[in-house]
Design a protein around this ligand. Structure first.
Ligand code: MEV
Length: 331
């Protein structure tokens, strides 16, 4: 029996604009995790995935074609093929996850990463974080259509990342810890639908959206600099600015705005929606002094749950890593 886990993630800034080549920053959220357990099955059983929290059981061979393949099975199939094993194995993969689904916490990417890691370990194969990232990206395309690659990157590397599609991945240097509160509107918001809505709006008003994306990119660069310096007040100010731009892109909602405003009124240094928007989560940057008050304000304003996480200060980052999201032939 082999067990592997993957942490959730949250986007600190740059969502949506990152799909159009601008930078984004995302951080792991260790407080929520997906876990995959692989066991040898009985002969002739094929590959069976039991997703306990989703109440689903899927079996390889039951799908009509590769195109209709379930993303859970795709994660297993892609991994087995990538590590040079055929699909003739009898395996049971049990999934458990504490990551809320469709809330911008990377549940799909984390489940895929856990499956990939567990299968590689089960067959004693080593995969680098970048290889895990690319395998997860292929599955993300089934969930999200045109993902930027930021989710699989942060989930596979489990570090704070500064991400630009197609460029070398940069693990962020963080000068001082950041205390984040992640509040759930309780509204499910599938990323694919919101990314599609932004694409339609961009097609109709290209100049306006390109300007908004550029402005978002400016806030992300500013947040990276402020994080490196350990300047939490400046990070917060630019998070507020990023939220204003996301509202202009029409991806906020009355619930998200209510939570953002409540956090700000009660001492958050900054607050914004996170992920695709129109539901899902928002994040507030608190300090040890304001944390409890901001948390209570979020609960009073209707948050369905508030997670607390810390972006840890780094000391061990030396330089850029592998290019992010190369084509499959570059694997
Ligand atoms: C979703 O977590 C983030 C978006 O920017 C989409 C993406 O990057 O693929 C909205």
């Amino acid at each position: 029996m082999t067990v592997a886990c993957a942490q959730g993630k949250i986007i600190l800034c740059g969502e949506h604009a990152v799909v159009y080549g601008r930078p984004a920053i995302a951080v792991p959220v260790a407080e929520v995790q997906a876990r995959a357990t692989v066991e040898d099955g009985v002969e002739g059983q094929s590959i069976v995935i039991v997703a306990r929290d989703l109440g689903r059981v899927v079996t390889l061979g039951d799908e009509a074609s590769d195109e209709t393949r379930d993303p859970l099975l795709a994660a297993a199939v892609n991994t087995l093929e990538y590590i040079g094993l055929g699909l003739g194995h009898d395996l049971v993969i049990v999934l458990e996850s504490t990551i809320p689904v469709a809330r911008g916490l990377g549940s799909g990417a984390a489940v895929s990463a856990a499956i990939t890691r567990a299968l590689a370990q089960h067959f004693s194969k080593d995969l680098t974080a970048e290889q895990v990232s690319r395998l997860v990206y292929d599955v993300e395309k089934l969930y999200h259509g045109t993902p930027s690659g930021v989710d699989n990157t942060v989930v596979a590397h489990q570090r704070a990342v500064y991400f630009v599609r197609g460029q070398r991945l940069e693990i962020l240097r963080v000068g001082a810890p950041l205390l984040l509160l992640i509040a759930d509107t309780g509204v499910e918001s599938p990323t694919r639908a919101v990314v599609g809505a932004v694409r339609s709006a961009w097609q109709e008003s290209k100049d306006r959206y390109e300007t908004l994306f550029d402005e978002v990119g400016g806030t992300v660069v500013g947040i990276r600099d402020a994080m490196e310096k350990g300047d939490a007040a400046e990070v917060g100010r630019l998070m507020d600015e990023n939220h204003r731009l996301l509202r202009a892109m029409e991806v906020s909602s009355s619930q998200l705005d209510a939570l953002v405003n409540a956090a700000k009124r009660h001492g958050a240094l900054g607050a914004k929606l996170s992920g695709a928007g129109r539901g899902g989560n928002m994040i507030a940057l608190a300090t040890p002094e304001t944390c409890q008050e901001v948390k209570k304000a979020l609960q009073d304003a209707g948050a369905q749950g508030v997670l607390q996480t810390e972006v840890k200060a780094t000391t061990d980052v030396t330089g850029p890593l592998a290019p992010s999201m190369a084509s499959p032939s570059q694997r």
